[in-house]
Ligand binder design. Structure first.
Ligand code: HEC
Ligand SMILES: [Cu+2]
Length: 477
């Protein structure tokens, strides 16, 4: 009995061993590369991704990439001298198949001031290709490699000072598809996060030089998706439709920061952690993308929404630029998400909760004084009363009064600007000092005209009607 058991064990471990061997040695390295069909690699610039590889046999693939140093936009009003692969940050994405034999040519543009090279994390061999691709300005180098392992890999320049070449924008992704290909999805996009370190602080206008000191201290001024602030928002947003499946190839060029990649309003159905070939987890909210690493995430779109891509180290998203948008077009599905159904005022100091139905917001446009007073009261109740109180008395020491307020009634233009832009700094109202912050509430000219007409004609105040035209005039200032 005993020996039979151990024999079983031996057979099992032998079988396991054989399987492991098979799993790690799928690529036939001895294939004669001169007999492989030759093709040119198709490159794609972010957020696009090169087409799926349909071929089921290895090929000899030619890749041509040019390094170029050029001045481009980093943020609105901010320029930077980027060092690039292919003229863009990130460099173009390369897509090949496991087992392919790649002839890689790196050309360094004659106008470059620096030598450059490339370290592809998909390469098994000295420096990941860095040693074989070191190229002076006006030269080109070629080396070849076998894509032994499938996965999503980062490539980057590895010329000294390495950190500086990466910080200036020299990275991109290479996808080595597994032999049988990745499962089909409706849409694929690439997102590469990275940071920039500039002499001036975030948003400072003009051409900004690289700041080595900040880079060493890892104090990034910009954290961005696909190379610049806004590269994936507004008109640059990526798009898909309800019902479609989406795959994001997410890379992190660093040079320093780890990304907590998250999509606001969506859950990743599948994550190929670290850009490997296995789905390692389902139903993930946020996945880590290490510097010099990657991740592949997949999800199905269930309802219309504007999904927001962020690094959930959240100041990077809202203050440094790590924001993107995926606009999902198609039907809203209230059985999944309703949108706001109740807009209620919550007044802990005060009385009962007042419910404000949605129709109140879409009231017909006010023209007459009476109409503006009525509409203004609605705006006041929903947008101002929480601080200035329903009766306009304010709260001593915190929120100034509007009722019989000398400050309010002394200068109507200033009152308009206060509601348009918000107000900060010390003010004196009816002899009492206030030093708080009133936020800009994002109201339109119509609402502001109405609410100002209302507050300057309530609780003992008396003034002329304020029109949207006057508000517009102050908004420009
Ligand atoms: C989050 C609280 C808050 C909300 C909401 C708010 N305010 Fe204020 N408001 C303040 C604070 C605080 C100040 C004083 C700012 C300062 O000290 O510089 C102020 C100042 C003012 C002033 C100038 C001072 C005065 O008493 O005349 C006016 C006018 C005013 N608010 C109108 C409005 C109107 C109209 C709304 C709604 C559209 C509104 N506020 C919404 C907090 C608020
Ligand atoms: Cu370089």
């Amino acid at each position: 009995m005993k020996s039979a058991l151990s024999l079983k064990g031996i057979i099992a471990s032998l079988a396991l061993g054989a399987f492991a061997l098979q799993a790690t040695a799928q690529v036939d390295e001895k294939i004669d590369v001169n007999k492989l069909p030759v093709e040119e690699a198709k490159l794609a610039y972010a957020p696009e991704v090169p087409p799926r590889i349909e071929r089921r046999k290895p090929a000899r693939v030619k890749v041509h990439l040019e390094t170029k140093e050029l001045k481009k936009r980093l943020a609105d009003g901010v320029e930077y001298t980027f060092w690039t692969f292919g003229g863009t940050v990130p460099g173009p994405m390369i897509r090949i198949r496991e087992g392919d034999y790649v002839d890689f040519t790196l050309a360094n543009h004659p106008t470059s001031k620096m030598p450059h090279n490339i370290d592809l994390h998909a390469v098994t061999g000295q420096g990941g290709g860095a040693e074989g691709s070191f190229t002076a300005p006006g030269h080109s180098s070629t080396f070849s490699f076998r894509a032994l392992k499938a996965g999503l890999y980062i490539y980057h320049c590895a010329t000294a000072p390495v950190g500086m070449h990466i910080a200036n924008g020299m990275y991109g992704m290479i996808l080595v598809e597994p032999e049988k290909g990745l499962p089909k999805v409706d849409r694929e996009f690439q997102v590469v996060q990275s940071e920039f370190y500039t002499k001036g602080k975030h948003g400072q206008k003009g051409l900004q030089p690289f700041d080595m000191d900040k880079a060493v201290k890892e104090q990034a001024d910009y954290v961005v998706f696909n190379g610049s602030v806004g590269a994936m928002t507004g008109d640059n947003s990526i798009k898909a439709k309800v019902g479609e499946t989406v795959r994001l190839f997410v890379g992190n060029g660093g040079p320093n920061l780890i990304s907590s990649f998250h999509v606001i309003g969506e859950i990743f159905d599948n994550v190929y952690q670290d850009g490997g070939t296995k789905i390692t987890q389902n139903n993930v909210q946020t996945t880590l993308v290490p510097a010099g690493g990657s991740s592949i995430v997949e999800f199905k779109l269930d309802t219309a929404a504007n999904l927001i891509l962020v690094d959930h180290s959240i100041f990077r998203a809202f203050n440094k630029g790590a924001l993107g948008m995926l606009k999902v077009e198609g039907p809203h599905r209230p059985e999944i998400y309703t949108g706001k159904t109740v807009d209620a005022i919550y007044l802990p100091e005060g009385s009962a909760i007042q419910s404000m139905p949605q129709e109140a917001k879409a009231a017909p446009k006010a023209e007459t004084f009476e109409q503006r007073m009525k509409a203004g009261k609605t705006v006041y109740t929903s947008s101002c009363a929480a601080c200035h109180q329903v009766n306009g008395q304010g709260i001593p020491g915190a929120f100034p009064p509007l009722a019989k307020a000398d400050f309010l009634m002394a200068d109507r233009k200033r009152a308009i600007r206060t509601v348009v832009h918000g107000l900060e700094g010390k003010i004196t109202v009816n002899g009492a000092d206030y030093d708080g912050i009133m936020p800009a509430l994002g109201l339109d000219n119509e609402d502001i005209a109405n609410v100002l007409t209302y507050i300057t004609n309530s609780w003992g105040n008396k003034g002329p009607m304020i029109t949207p035209k006057e508000v517009q005039a102050e908004r420009k200032k």
